[in-house]
Design a protein around this ligand. Structure first.
Ligand code: FE2
Length: 298
């Protein structure tokens, strides 16, 4: 711990992110960062088990889920929970799946997750890394806004003897946002080759299975192996795909628990999410956090 300087570490991660368009963070380092930002042992322990409280996913039989929306308000250096809105991803955003364009309603993230200081620290970590980063702009998003919406998914992908869990059933895709961050909370009974994330050039065709891609368009890979292993991707400049979850012991189920942080600028008229992009505060479970100085001043 003595040699670990959070500011130096995060500045280094940010410069790699800007240069390479994606960056992997070792979970041990992320634990150090979130501790510096106030997370306790209890927060870290609770984060490992919070995915036991998820609900069946609206469209995927092998997944349990919850989501919540947060405003990254860079003008006022605040992080705010914002109200429930349905969720939609379309083919126009490089998301080709049976439920593309379908308006989906997820159970909301509760206080068990949003009051966890390790979780809050992950949102702040992301805010620091993406703040001011210029990237290729998506159509129909308002890039003059200082407020970004971060939709966070808490997901458990489940493989049973009867059903293979697919962390990205959609094959090669993008998430329709500016910045995607994925963080592992836990895994049980996974084979070593399960859930590898592959990174692809934008020329790779959407919907291609992870193992049928053009090797010339493959830019790299990453795998979440332990608690808080994290990957960040500039979502409109590279695409990604994932291999399925396979069970080590075939007769019992496997689980892979993740947090997915999607962040983008607000949608304008004509964007598929325009009607679902409210920035009103969440009334029932409000949360508002001031950025620490190193983010506010960066
Ligand atoms: Fe994705």
């Amino acid at each position: 711990m003595a040699n670990f300087n959070v500011n130096v570490f995060l500045a280094d991660v940010k410069s790699t992110y800007i240069k390479e368009k994606f960056v992997s963070l070792d979970g041990d380092d992320v634990v150090k960062v979130v501790r510096e930002l106030g997370a306790t042992d209890e927060d870290l322990d609770n984060l490992k088990t919070v995915s036991n409280n998820l609900f069946p996913d609206p469209t995927l039989p092998f997944r349990e889920s919850r989501n919540g929306r947060f405003e990254l308000d860079f003008a006022n250096s605040k992080l705010n929970r914002i109200e429930f809105q349905p969720f939609v991803l379309s083919v126009g955003e490089d998301f080709v799946r049976h439920d593309s364009g379908m308006v989906r309603s997820f159970r909301g993230i509760g206080d068990d997750l949003q009051l966890n200081r390790a979780f809050q620290a992950l949102l702040l970590l992301k805010a620091f890394i993406i703040k001011g980063v210029k990237m290729k702009e998506r159509p129909s998003l308002n890039y003059s806004s200082d407020s970004l919406v971060s939709t966070v998914f808490n997901l458990r992908t489940i493989t049973t003897p009867d059903l293979i869990g697919e962390p990205a059933l959609e094959g090669v895709h993008a998430d329709g946002v500016d910045h995607t961050m994925t963080t592992m909370l836990g895994k049980e009974n996974l084979t070593d080759d399960s859930a590898i994330t592959f990174i692809h050039d934008m020329r790779e065709k959407n919907g291609t299975r992870w193992n049928e891609v053009n090797p010339n368009y493959r830019l790299g890979q990453a795998q979440h192996k332990k608690f808080l292993d994290t990957l960040l991707i500039v979502d409109h400049e590279i695409k990604h795909s994932l291999s399925p979850v396979h069970s080590m012991k075939k007769d019992i189920r496997s689980t892979r628990d993740m947090l997915i942080f999607f962040t983008r600028h607000p949608a304008v008229e004509g964007h598929v999410s325009h009607s679902y992009d409210s920035f009103n505060l969440h009334k029932e479970i409000p949360l508002s956090i001031d950025y620490p100085n190193f983010i506010a001043a960066s």
